[in-house]
Ligand binder design. Structure first.
Ligand code: ATP
Ligand code: MG
Length: 375
């Protein structure tokens, strides 16, 4: 019988939390298997076993944070004859190979080295192969638990990270650009459930932009289910244009977004904000301006892309599947009526003084947000 054997990252290191993390990963995988068959999924001696060989489940495992790698394996009784038979079936017909055994059930009568040797010899008897321990073309993997043995030869990489949910919840500010979807992905990858927030200007934004934000949210939800808040930003922007000089507007737009994201975080019990900021890319991202912008938030603001070059962010965006959506043209609402030379060293005091004369009605905007669920 073919099953998926799933290995997780770091979870094994987390001591007391281990069982909680494993159960979370199992329930996340179960939740993503929506249609058709409902295979049995269980924890078994430091791995997760999904009793199915279906293609769709492989696709789900590739995109489930917490999965380090997985393999489609032959499941047999934990006895050496069954293991040999499966290993011979899986071994290539020519070239070089090695056998790598992991015996997590210590009462199995042979140790890992002995299994490697015995199975390797049996394969050599039946196939025209050479052993190469250092750099084989194929590895035949054998895992032995108390109830079963699993034999496979192809490992598929997963996302790594931690199961979504174990780190709590965060609010991710999502623009239509390349960076913020990657930042939201990083949050999910580290086990945080993501609440996406987009601030949109209905006059500026063509229907295409709305669709674009929805498409990004849907793509990200392939990793884990999420919520999207669409917060109307038009009236706030018009008020800012009315009362703030053009070289300060962008900073005030962003501060206003921070405050509203904080309101949503409170409502959703999120513990931090995530942005796609990246040091020094644009005027809003000088350290002085980031200080002023983040100061508007009562929550810690995390920006996981801070140390990356643009090329590295683009590579990640391609890998997670958001790049193709992000590069579709759109009007960035932060560029509405802003000076071509925004200030690069604003101070908190002067910005607060400017905001005092504005009537931004941020609470109203948050209350009239549309909420969508994906995944
Ligand atoms: P991105 O590629 O994510 O747009 P960027 O490098 O173009 O990032 P900015 O456009 O200045 O930088 O935005 C910086 C960050 O501010 C974004 O990554 C995002 O987290 C947040 N942000 C900007 N505009 C919006 C918006 N309309 N709605 C929600 N968040 C926004
Ligand atoms: Mg942008």
């Amino acid at each position: 019988m073919r099953v998926y054997v799933v290995h997780y990252s770091e979870i094994a290191l987390k001591g007391k939390n281990r069982s909680y993390f494993e159960r979370k990963l199992v329930s996340n995988i179960k939740e993503k298997i929506k249609k058709g068959e409902k295979p049995r999924i269980r924890r078994e001696y430091g791995r997760i076993v999904v009793e199915s060989g279906s293609f769709e489940i492989g696709e789900i495992l590739k995109k489930t944070p917490g999965v380090r790698y997985f393999a489609l394996a032959i499941k047999t009784e934990p006895d050496i004859d069954g293991i040999i038979k499966a290993a011979v079936d899986l071994a290539p017909d020519s070239g070089t190979f090695r056998v790598e055994t992991k015996r997590s059930f210590k009462e199995f009568p042979l140790n890992s080295m002995e299994v490697n040797r015995i199975v390797g010899e049996e394969i050599l008897k039946r196939k025209n192969l050479k052993v190469n321990l250092k750099n084989p073309e194929k590895t035949v993997y054998i895992e032995i638990s108390d109830r079963n043995a699993y034999i496979y030869s192809e490992r598929v990489d997963g996302v790594g990270g931690l199961p979504v949910g174990v780190s709590g919840r965060v609010a991710c500010l999502l623009s239509g650009g390349i960076d913020s979807p990657v930042s939201a992905f990083m949050a999910m990858k580290r086990g945080a459930e993501a609440i996406l927030i987009h601030f949109f200007n209905s006059t500026l934004h063509s229907p295409g932009v709305r669709r674009k934000i929805h498409d990004i949210a849907r793509k990200l939800s392939e990793y884990h289910r999420l919520k999207l808040y669409m917060v109307p930003f038009r009236d706030i922007q018009l008020e800012i244009v009315r009362c703030i000089p053009s070289d300060y507007r962008m900073i005030i737009y962003r501060r206003s977004m921070m405050r509203m994201a904080g309101m949503i975080a409170e409502r959703e019990n999120a513990k931090a904000l995530f942005t796609g900021d990246n040091l020094g890319q644009v005027a809003s991202q000088t350290l002085a301006n980031m200080k002023v912008i983040y100061n508007a938030s009562d929550y810690p603001v995390f920006t996981p892309l801070i140390g990356f070059d643009k090329e590295e962010i683009v590579d990640l965006a391609k890998k997670i599947g958001t790049y193709g959506i992000s590069i579709l043209p759109y009007d960035d609402c932060c560029s509405l009526m802003v000076s071509r030379h925004p200030v690069t060293n604003a101070s908190i005091e002067e910005v607060e003084r400017m905001e005092e004369v504005c009537d931004l009605r941020e609470k109203e905007a948050v209350e009239s947000a549309e909420i969508f669920e994906y995944g």
